[in-house]
Design a binder for this molecule. Structure first.
Ligand code: NAD
Length: 714
């Protein structure tokens, strides 16, 4: 009856037809522009045929329809709002056409039916689901809401309370939950799915199941509008972090509350308007890009690690904070590890920490005791180099001192196989400097983990000038095997993340020097979306570590990055106020009953800072604080890209998100620059040029701005 590149409609027996999603040359179905176009034609073909008794809607793949084609969103969202409304309405009209077919329709859901994929199923009269399938509304995670009528249909099928929960959390749901919510009639094994769906369809067509009643439920007001559920949802989304920067969840709650009493057409109109409003927000723009960036980073890592042999036996040198964490994470993910230190108490502490983390997982039911024991046994603490002749990789995590690292690295290189890789977890030393005494620098590179290792997802894989591509590929594979996100960067002062952090911190030091209250700066930057303000972040990093890293990076770029005289972080360090680690830095820390450090404002900090502060800063606005803090970060990101420290804007922004906790609604420094407009970024940076060279934009950025360009294609 119809045959396209993504959809087929064919006759079955007894007057029934099958609308089958089966995208050519692909393992999945998605709801892209082509599929929507073919769906329109497929529905027309069914409508035109006079003798159809019912339609079975199914997929020929393992999954029903995985969702919309998100690569189409960035371009769509640049359209004016009314055109986005029109786009949403076109989708709604199409889904209404499916819903309004004169015969019963039944969807057979296998694998994933998420987002727009679930929409197709909801537009059918009845749904049968395989017990392994999952349905849901992931849109909120992209800063959006489900368009095409899904908010309307879900609320009318399941009531507002359930619809609010499903749509505002974005979590996928299995068969039992879907059946309890009233959105599917049957949940069956995968091998019975199509037969059951066909049977339901036949019973509907014969009148044994009242499909008209099932359909009419979706056309009127919400039966269970439940004002209490709306209030509960409002509280829940606030708690979960909805705020002015991320308005999607709150918009969904408002929409479902406002549309509850409305008939289908009015509710759809409200949905299309709300969808377009969200599509035009910075959060949606960024979250969609983050999704695409994640895919790109994953794909690159996969392709790279495919070229290398897997590393099965690791060794970690140094059982301190970092080494212990690296050994634990390696073992948990199935790579055995020798853990060597020169101090027995450090080995005990390292293994002790691993035991604690494993016990916690066992107590919360995430791990079986037997597996926990196996993991612990796969970490071998030792004071000697026994077994190093058999390791595929050594991760060096001894103290941050060039001489000590040189000695340790040379010693290890003599013991391991010629093809073994040696990686240093240095945070500030150049890979080329560390490689100097090594006879096989091609097998040496940086593997920069972030603290705490088991929690932080990013690993900077640092390629020295002599590092081989094979070594990079193997370490990328090892990082992936550890469950981390590796991003390959070029050797240089501070590599990528710490380098971009440094000018941001210079801006902070300068603001404090001008007399701006550090607590206010923290509040403004936290209000802007950072998980912690810069003063607090310095306390967490520790002034000794921070000043060292800032020094190394400033020394690396003496023309552009200079610390202001008597800077606040240096002053804190000199006065022994190291931060959280010794209970006092910019703030004062006391342990709360759970043993976590709790910060409070310390009057002594103000007295101390007053000695180096000028008094002009009081008149500065919050927006100026944000601009003066964020511009150096964007400028440095632009320098890094120009110097090819990292290959793509996508990877650069992902590194800032994962390594620094850059607010997700910004999408990263370069995405934020795009959002502001590069011309504006350049103009603002020029305006602040008097505050130092860290506001000087690189030629590549100036040129891009002059050509009205952007870092991401639109
Ligand atoms: P740490 O002081 O906690 O641990 C260092 C360990 O190395 C100690 O246990 C010490 O006994 C051991 N050691 C010293 N010489 C050794 C040798 N020759 N052989 C074996 N062990 C030896 O330090 P850390 O914070 O874990 O830092 C380790 C490395 O990781 C440093 O290069 C640091 O710059 C880097 N790093 C640290 C962080 C962080 O936040 N702590 C973050 C990223 C990278």
């Amino acid at each position: 009856m119809f045959s396209g590149h993504t959809i087929r409609v064919q006759r079955l027996n007894e007057g029934f037809v099958e609308l089958c999603f089966d995208r050519e040359k692909s393992s999945i179905n998605k709801l892209d522009a082509q599929t929507l176009d073919e769906l329109t034609k497929a529905i027309a073909a069914i409508t035109d045929a006079a003798d159809v008794r019912g339609v079975l809607v199914r997929s020929a793949k393992d999954s029903f329809i995985v969702g919309a084609d998100i690569t189409e969103f960035p371009k769509l969202f640049t359209l004016p709002e009314e055109q986005v409304v029109a786009f949403a309405k076109r989708g709604q009209v199409l889904m209404n056409a499916l819903e309004d077919l004169p015969v019963p329709t039944v969807a057979a859901i296998e694998g994933f039916a998420l987002g727009g994929g679930f929409e197709v199923a909801l537009a059918c009269d009845l749904r049968v689901m395989s017990s392994s399938a999952q349905v849901g509304f992931p849109e909120v995670k992209l800063g959006l809401l489900p368009g095409y009528g899904r908010t309307v249909r879900m609320a009318r099928l399941a009531g507002n309370a359930m619809a609010l929960e499903w749509i505002t959390t974005g979590d996928s749901q299995k068969g039992a939950a879907a059946q309890a919510a009233g959105v599917v009639s049957d949940v069956v094994g995968a091998d019975e799915l199509v037969a059951t769906a066909l049977d339901v369809l036949k019973r509907a067509a014969s009148g044994a199941i009242d499909w008209r009643q099932a359909r009419s439920r979706k056309l009127g007001a919400v039966a269970d509008a439940c004002a209490e559920a709306v209030e509960k949802a409002r509280e829940r989304v606030k708690k979960a972090g909805a705020n002015k920067h991320q308005p999607a969840a709150e918009t969904i709650v408002d929409l479902l509350a406002n549309a509850a009493d409305a008939p289908r057409d009015v509710a759809l109109e409200l949905e299309a308007q709300a969808f377009a409003r969200l599509a035009k927000t910075q959060a949606a723009d960024s979250l969609v890009q983050i999704f695409l960036n994640e895919q790109l980073v994953k794909k690159k890592a996969k392709e790279q690690s495919k070229q290398a042999h897997p590393l099965r036996q690791a060794a970690v040198l140094g059982a301190g904070i970092m080494g212990g964490g690296i050994a634990y994470t390696s073992a948990v993910r199935g790579t055995r590890v020798l853990l060597k230190d020169i101090q027995p108490q450090q080995l005990e502490a390292g293994v002790g920490e691993a035991k604690k983390l494993l016990a916690k997982q066992v107590s919360t039911g995430r791990l079986e005791q037997k597996r926990a024991d196996e993991i612990l046994q796969s970490i071998k603490p030792q004071l000697d180099y026994n077994g190093f002749e058999n390791v595929d990789i050594v991760v060096e995590a001894v103290v941050e001192n060039l001489k000590i690292k040189h000695t340790a690295l040379s010693e290890v290189e003599r013991l391991v196989r010629p093809d073994s890789i040696i990686a240093s977890n240095t945070s500030s030393l150049r890979i080329d400097d560390l490689a100097k005494p090594l006879s096989r620098p091609e097998n040496f590179l940086g593997m920069h983990f972030f603290n705490p290792v088991p929690v932080m997802p990013l690993v900077e894989v640092i390629r020295g000038s002599k590092t081989s591509s094979e070594a990079v590929a193997a370490v990328v594979g090892y990082a992936v095997a550890m469950g981390k996100t590796p991003i390959v960067v070029k050797d240089g002062p501070g590599f990528l993340v710490n380098r971009i952090l440094t000018p941001y911190m210079l801006a902070f030091m300068q603001l404090v020097r001008e007399g701006v209250d550090f607590v206010r700066i923290d509040q403004v930057m936290e209000g802007f979306g950072w998980p912690m303000g810069p003063a607090y972040l310095n306390d967490v990093i520790g002034m000794d570590t921070g000043t060292h890293v800032f020094d190394v990076i400033c020394d690396g770029f003496p023309q552009r990055l200079r610390r202001p005289p008597n800077d606040a972080v240096q002053l804190m360090k000199e006065k022994g106020r190291l931060g959280q680690k010794n209970g006092v830095g910019f703030y004062k820390y006391e342990k709360d009953p759970a043993g976590k450090p709790k910060k409070s404002v310390d009057p002594d900090s103000y007295t101390l800072l007053a000695s180096v502060q000028q008094s002009a800063g009081q008149s500065i606005t919050d927006q100026e604080i944000i601009d003066r803090m964020m511009l150096p970060m964007m400028v440095e990101a632009a320098w890094c890209l120009q110097e090819q420290v990292v290959e793509t804007p996508h990877e650069l922004d992902m590194a800032l998100l994962l390594g620094l906790g850059c607010p997700r609604y910004l999408g990263g420094a370069l995405k934020y620059a795009d959002w502001l407009g590069l011309e504006r970024v350049v103009a603002l940076s020029d305006r602040y040029a008097e505050f130092g060279e860290h506001y000087r934009v690189p030629p590549s950025l100036r040129e891009k701005a002059a050509q009205a360009g952007s870092y991401y294609s639109r």
